[in-house]
Design a protein around this ligand. Structure first.
Ligand code: SF4
Length: 711
């Protein structure tokens, strides 16, 4: 009898429900889960090709030490001994974990507990730093907490959807399908796309603003100044629930219209159309993603957007609000358990003594990290200069994905002790590991993930763990036990989830938003069958505003939203406007006259270690490319499909030219996915400098000055 298992897609932050079917002969097929509130049965090309990516070809099946097969005991003993040794000799800040939005929440929880509560350092950061940390920082500045106020349904209920720095059609395809279907059903709905390129998403846009890279703060400041002079301002909301409007308005209105056009690269007509639409439309959702976050001014961009929604009171009500689109399947779950170097656990603040005390008492831990740890770029700098003596990398490939990737590779190579937990035996990062630990892959893992709308869903196993592969939470717990720490005797992920839920509810009188206290004490069977749900779900009732709606797909569900009636998490309950000033955006020079923006394509995921296995997915775009404007291509003498060499002061790469008028002049787009395993010399992040946002620490993977010439 075929067996069907409900699980969740492991790729993007939409978090689609998947039904995996295993036939009697072991053949696996997948389809969308019609009951899952994220996708209602839809899947995109990547999700529907999942069954093509789960073979054992290339899998890491046994622990390895220095390239030879080893037993689990020997490998785990060595990891515990080397980490303990480094801590004893150099202190807790001499070790670090670099983890991933691919980890399940249970894995993340144990990693964070071990590092912050027992080792006593906050040197645990994640590739989610590269994805959404500017949104986290912007939320915390404005709301007092990292809270996404809205739901996916809001995109369908809105009369205007603004997509800033988001190629939704390729990067969050099922959410795009939901938006496109809503627009087809209600043609009066307007869509504005703000992106230097005319992407596939722009094909459904009523207005495309080909903004200059990093022109977003100026654009949304201009919008705020415009709104402040209109009737769209919600004076009552401003007075009751916010503070700091006058200063934000003064800063925003200090720019002339000519300066605004110059900084954004946009014409007067486009700007006026956008401002007029926003002013006139009450139900407006502004979605933002990596074009906003991956910037040296990412946090300011987020706050510039939040300012406009706070000023109009368009937040937390059906069809209204700012909406951060997370890139990864569990970037949000990682935030919930404190998987960033500057967070604690259950959304508590590492800077807050009361929060530290609460978490330490709950964990009964011998110590607690007292200050933020090293964020991703700083962490690899510390590896490079020898401050980090032992590094554990889990479920990520920083040798390809980090900025200044060649320097990161050199740092990892020189680190005295590197552990890599992965599903694959040979990745660009794994080849530099002293110890390789075989992890479970999608279809074998068991736990939870949280999507962009705060919905927690189960990833369920339907395949047997191959050979000696084991869960990441188990690997961490075994190392913790061997380091002499109590409190890691978990027998199953259900026990970790229960502890996580209990911590979220511990001494939580409603002053902290993240609460899943209703799920404390789930037995194994209830955890196994746990349906998708949104937080908050406190045992003592829902604090957030709730509206009786039908979930956009006919499924009965209460859409949970925040802040329609204030209730922000700053001590006075008010949101903060943040006065933000546009930064210098043009980094080009005579030697490096082009602006490079990196990004995703429709059918590949991250560094292609999984999607690269599917011939069907590779058929969409078979090799790396550089999108060039036709005039630029003529000027540098590159023909379509010819090879072009891109250079920055940090590195160079060679890719094929794709000449298209969808690209803005002087801009070049290159996908981030390819690496040396799939295409020689195509690691685009070797060109990206280690420049970060000063508040969030998120690297600027866009707006990189490069040269381009025929190869
Ligand atoms: Fe998976 Fe994202 Fe596609 Fe949904 S939209 S199937 S979560 S990749």
């Amino acid at each position: 009898m075929p067996i069907e298992t409900k699980t969740t897609c492991p790729y993007c932050g939409v978090g689609c429900g998947v039904i995996a079917r295993v036939d009697d002969d072991g053949a696996v097929s997948v389809k969308g889960d019609p009951d899952h509130p994220a996708n209602f049965g839809r899947l995109c090309s990547k999700g529907s090709a999942l069954a093509e990516t789960i073979d054992l070809d290339g899998r890491l099946l046994h622990p390895e030490i220095d390239g030879r097969q080893a037993g689990w005991d020997e490998a785990l003993d060595l990891v515990a001994q080397r980490f303990s040794g480094a801590i004893a000799e150099h202190g807790p800040d001499a070790v670090a974990f670099y983890v991933s939005g691919q980890l399940l929440t249970e894995d993340y929880y144990v990693a964070n507990k071990l590092m912050k509560g027992f080792i006593g350092s906050a040197n645990i950061d994640t590739n989610s730093r590269l994805c959404m940390s500017s949104s986290v920082a912007g939320h915390r500045r404005a709301f007092g907490s990292d809270t996404v106020p809205g739901t996916y349904e809001d995109l369908e209920l809105a009369d205007l959807v603004v997509l800033a720095g988001s190629n939704l059609a390729w990067c969050h395809p099922v959410l795009y399908q939901r938006l496109a279907a809503a627009k087809a059903a209600r043609p009066g709905m307007k869509v504005v796309v703000i992106d230097p390129r005319r992407t596939m998403t722009a094909d459904i846009a009523d207005l495309h603003l080909a903004i200059r890279p990093d022109g977003d703060v100026a654009l949304f400041n201009g919008l705020l100044a415009h709104l402040a002079k209109s009737t769209a301002i919600d004076e009552n909301y401003l007075a009751m629930h916010t503070q700091g409007f006058a200063e934000a308005f003064a800063t925003a209105s200090s720019m002339t219209f000519t300066e605004l056009m110059d900084r954004t690269g946009l014409g007067a007509s486009g700007l006026r159309q956008f401002f007029g639409l926003f002013e006139r439309t009450e139900k407006v959702v502004t979605c933002y993603s990596q074009g906003v976050n991956q910037s040296s001014s990412g946090t300011d961009k987020v706050n510039a957007i939040l300012n406009c929604h706070l000023a109009t009171g368009r937040i937390g009500r059906p069809g209204m609000g700012p909406f951060s689109l997370t890139g990864q399947p569990n970037a949000m779950g990682g935030r919930e358990v404190g998987g960033l170097a500057n967070m604690l656990a259950a959304h508590m603040a590492i800077e807050c003594a009361a929060d530290r005390n609460r978490v330490q008492r709950f964990w009964a831990s011998p110590r607690i990290a007292v200050r933020p740890g090293l964020k991703a770029v700083d962490l690899f700098d510390a590896v490079a200069d020898g401050r980090i003596k032992a590094l554990w990398i889990m479920a990520t490939n920083p040798v390809v994905s980090m900025p200044d990737a060649a320097a990161v590779e050199a740092a990892i190579k020189a680190c005295p002790f590197v552990v890599v937990s992965d599903v694959l035996k040979t990745t660009d990062t794994a080849r530099h590991a002293h110890v390789l630990l075989p992890s479970l892959g999608w279809g074998e893992k068991d736990g939870t993930v949280t999507n962009s709308e705060r919905r927690i869903s189960r990833q369920r196993p339907f395949l047997r763990a191959p050979c000696e592969a084991r869960a990441d939470w188990w690997q961490l717990s075994e190392v913790a036990r061997r380091m002499g720490f109590a409190g890691f005797g978990y027998a199953a992920p259900a026990e970790i989830f229960d502890e996580h839920a209990e911590l979220s509810a511990f001494e939580n009188n409603g002053s902290r938003d993240f609460d899943i206290g209703a799920y404390v004490g789930l037995d194994r069977e209830s955890y196994r069958t746990l349906p998708p749900f949104q937080w908050p779900a406190p045992a003592n009732g829902i604090k957030a505003s709730a509206s009786n709606t039908t979930g956009g797909g006919g499924k009965e569900e209460k859409a949970r939203r925040f802040f329609a009636d204030g209730g922000f998490y700053h001590p006075d309950g008010r949101a903060r406007f943040v006065a933000v000033t546009p930064a210098q955006t043009d980094r080009t020079s005579t030697d490096y006259p082009f602006t490079l923006n990196t990004g995703r394509i429709r059918d590949q995921w991250h560094t292609m270690t999984r999607t690269g296995k599917s011939a069907r997915l590779s058929a969409h775009i078979a090799e790396p490319f550089a999108e060039l404007h036709p005039r630029d291509a003529i000027e540098i003498g590159v023909g379509n499909a010819a090879l072009v060499e891109l250079k920055s002061p940090h590195g160079k790469t060679i890719v094929r030219a794709l000449i298209t008028d969808r690209q803005t002049r002087s801009n070049i787009f290159v996908p981030m996915h390819w690496n040396d395993q799939f295409a020689s010399r195509a690691r685009i992040d070797t060109l990206v400098p280690p420049l970060t946002d000063k508040v969030s620490g998120q690297p600027a993977s866009k707006n990189v000055a490069v040269s381009a010439q025929p190869f």
